[in-house]
Design a protein around this ligand. Structure first.
Ligand code: C2E
Ligand code: CA
Ligand code: CA
Length: 712
């Protein structure tokens, strides 16, 4: 706004009337009347001159005599109508009262109205005013139409009319223009359908059916049409039914709007609403959507997942030193690396800046999340090459696990962020679980795993052996090999603490073969059988029998003195495969026993179907055998059944003399347990066997009791 006061400029405007007449007296009279009514008057004396003046002055109306020299009124009228600049001026022709022909000719020539001679002077000004007003209305209408047409063009909108009975479609000029159809003659419905994309035809049919079958008054749809130039337009159609005066439906009247651009923009917007344009990663909006789905799925299937809050450390320094463009490049490369380190089913989102969140779906343990976190961290080990710079970036991670650390988005995000903060406090460039003790467990397990993967090559495994005592022969007939892990710092580790890990990471196969080889070597020159334990993972490998036999042969060990201990769990998995493997093993002479009998599926069915020599009754039935009648009953019937099937029975975990006696009484074939000996290294076993006279009858009733009841 300026300080100047607004001054309204008022122009006194006279409407100008051109009089064309060869009679001076008439001109004079007309001038007087018109001037009195407030018009500005111009004059011309013949048609020719009139046309010229008209072009020059562009009057608001023309009063013109019919009969004139040089160019008569009809000709002049026609000429004016043909001049675009003046063609719309109202022309009132002055005709004789009774000259019907002249009136007709005047209208044909394009006259607006006529005034009869002798002129009614009182009415003349009214006639002129009326003509002027009509002209103004027409001008306004024309303007409106033009505006409407322009608006339609801008809105990329057009009209159409479909006459149902005759199957005829009329398109407005704008619509023809839009569709690049250069005909205005219209087309049949099926001609129109040819332009519609095949997959959108059902939409069009439904749109029309809404009127014709469901008698809807209105309907709308969106279809795609291939236009003249081959482009495809998305048209929004909206229509009304039109009733004729008999209330019959005849016509569907509608508009069509080209919404191609809008839809494309919407699609683009939707992309930007869900994805980060720099990295192409989902943004926080999409992250939330996904997290909701993941939570629902985890809830339904009772599964766990983890979210990782990942922040780059001091990325602003990269920004400051390399500039934003290069920093963006670094970010893109890092994201590529990170994506490569996630599992297929995981997802990474960018929350903005250098803050990312990952969802690790379907993890079995915290340990698994720790592995992925470690992998993500390792993405930062190698510096990035960006232009001539070598960029070192690190990241800090916070992990929250569903459901332990939260069951909703907010809590999980918060706890992952808390864990992240804690990791930062600890110095950054590391990961941290929300739950501290879980964190420790995970770390411990990772450490164990790392140490275990080196244990074999560092020769840290040892076999201990526990003798088995035959109750009928009353002598030691064999021993069970039990693995130990002698860690330089942590000391002697028991199998329960590492067999599971070896199974998880597959190392059990290699370690199992080592066990077999060692057992064979240790017992090759002893008159005793040796048994080794097999874990399910080992048993699942289809070439198990082949590999075991190869080792046995390489070590020149008599197969009949080797016994494999399997748990019932093994057979559940694939009984047929199990039967094949067992048969192959049995045919080569190797003995097969069922371990931990009673803890698993307690089904003696397997005994009947599978070639098994021996059954080991689990410690839990033996422990209270002397007091517990139920245990006695179970052990007795197991022994009886096994004997009818020609399967030997060994009792595990015999810790005292009374239990030994009870088992002997029940007809058990052999025992193992601390009462006799704990598992011990080979040398100790040999010493002991030597002292009790290897292979000969063993004096259990010796006054100083069993000779090797020491701690392992
Ligand atoms: P298992 O096959 O049931 O082995 C018997 C376990 O009972 C051994 O534990 C042994 O020390 C313990 N034991 C023996 N007599 C007594 C007793 O009188 N009282 C008590 N309370 N315990 C007794 P260990 O050596 O800790 O082995 C644990 C498990 O680890 C074994 O159970 C076996 O399933 C597995 N394992 C051991 N060595 C190997 C191996 O080389 N390969 C595989 N796959 N698994 C092994
Ligand atoms: Ca065993
Ligand atoms: Ca056992």
């Amino acid at each position: 706004m300026t300080d100047q006061p607004m001054v309204e400029e008022r122009k006194i405007y006279y409407e100008r009337i051109l009089i064309i007449d060869d009679e001076e007296i008439t001109r004079m009279m007309l001038r007087r009347v018109l001037e009195e009514s407030g018009y500005w008057v111009l004059e011309a004396t013949n048609g020719q001159q009139g046309l010229q003046t008209c072009l020059l002055e562009n009057p608001d109306a023309v009063l013109m005599d019919v009969r004139m020299p040089v160019m008569n009124g009809f000709e002049a009228c026609q000429a004016i109508r043909q001049e675009p600049a003046i063609s719309r001026v109202p022309i009132l022709m002055l005709t004789s009262l009774d000259d019907v022909v002249a009136v007709q000719l005047a209208f044909d020539a394009g006259a607006t109205d006529f005034v009869t001679k002798p002129i009614n002077w009182a009415l003349l000004a009214q006639r002129v005013r009326y003509a002027l007003r009509a002209r103004e209305i027409e001008r306004q209408m024309r303007e409106n139409e033009e505006q409407l047409a322009r608006a339609q063009r801008i809105a990329r909108l057009g009209y159409w009319r479909y006459e149902i009975a005759v199957d005829w479609l009329n398109l407005s000029l704008e619509l023809c223009h839009l569709l690049e159809i250069d005909t205005v003659r219209g087309m049949t419905g099926s001609e129109m359908r040819e332009h519609v994309l095949e997959e959108d035809l059902p939409l069009l049919e439904r749109f029309i059916a809404a009127f014709l079958q469901e008698y809807a008054d209105e309907s709308e749809t969106e279809i795609r049409i291939r236009i003249g130039s081959g482009r495809v337009l998305t048209l929004f159609l909206s229509a009304n039914l039109m009733y004729d005066k008999n209330n019959q439906v005849n016509v569907i009247f509608g508009v069509a709007q080209d919404v191609t651009e809008r839809r494309a923009t919407e699609a683009r917007l939707s992309y930007f609403a869900h994805f980060d344009p720099l990295t192409g990663l989902p943004n926080r909006v999409l992250f939330r959507d996904r997290l909701i789905q993941v939570i629902n799925a985890a809830q339904r299937d009772d599964r766990r997942f983890a979210i990782i809050h990942l922040n780059l450390d001091q990325f602003q320094k990269v920004n400051a030193s390399l500039g934003n463009t290069n920093a963006d490049l670094v970010l893109q490369r890092l994201v590529e690396r990170l994506k490569g380190r996630l599992r297929e089913r995981d997802s990474l989102s960018r929350f903005g800046g250098d803050h990312f969140e990952a969802i690790l779906t379907d993890i079995r343990s915290e340990h698994e999340a720790a592995i992925v976190a470690q992998r993500l961290l390792s993405a930062f080990d190698v510096p990035l090459q960006c232009a001539e710079w070598e960029v070192r970036v690190s990241a800090t991670l916070g992990i929250a696990v569903y459901p332990n650390d939260g069951t909703d988005i907010e809590t999980l995000l918060l706890h992952a962020a808390t864990a992240y903060t804690r990791a930062l406090e600890l110095g950054g460039a590391r990961y941290q679980f929300y739950t501290a003790d879980l964190h420790h467990q995970a770390v411990e397990r990772l450490n164990r795993e790392a140490a275990l993967s080196r244990a074999l090559e560092r020769d840290e495994f040892i076999l201990y052996f526990q003798p088995r005592f035959d109750l009928r022969e009353r002598r030691v007939t064999g021993a069970e090999a039990l693995i130990r892990w002698q860690h330089p710092e942590w000391g002697l580790q028991m199998p329960d603490h590492f067999i599971g890990i070896l199974e998880d990471n597959g190392l059990i196969i290699e370690v199992g073969e080592w066990v077999l080889r060692q057992a064979c070597r240790a017992f090759r020159d002893l008159p005793l059988a040796v048994s080794i334990n097999l874990s399910p993972r080992q048993f699942q490998s289809p070439d198990l029998a082949e590999r075991m036999l190869r080792i046995v042969q390489e070590e020149h060990f008599p197969a009949e003195r080797l016994e494999l201990e399997l748990t019932e769990r093994l057979f559940m998995h694939d009984e047929q495969q199990a039967a094949l493997t067992l048969t192959a093993l049995r045919e080569s002479g190797i003995q097969v026993s069922i371990d931990d009998y009673g803890t698993g599926y307690c089904s003696l069915q397997y005994l009947k179907r599978l070639p098994v020599n021996l059954l080991k009754i689990d410690r839990s039935f033996i422990r209270c055998l002397t007091d517990d009648r139920a245990d006695q009953a179970i052990v007795r019937s197991t022994i009886e059944l096994c004997h009818t099937l020609n399967v030997e029975v060994v009792a595990e975990g015999v810790e005292d003399r009374a239990t030994l006696d009870a088992l002997q009484h029940l007809g058990c074939d052999a025992i193992q347990g601390y009462y006799l000996s704990r598992p011990v290294p080979l040398e100790r076993l040999l010493e002991w066997l030597d002292s009790v006279k290897l292979g000969s009858h063993f004096a259990l009733d010796a006054p100083n009791g069993p000779p090797l009841a020491e701690q392992a």
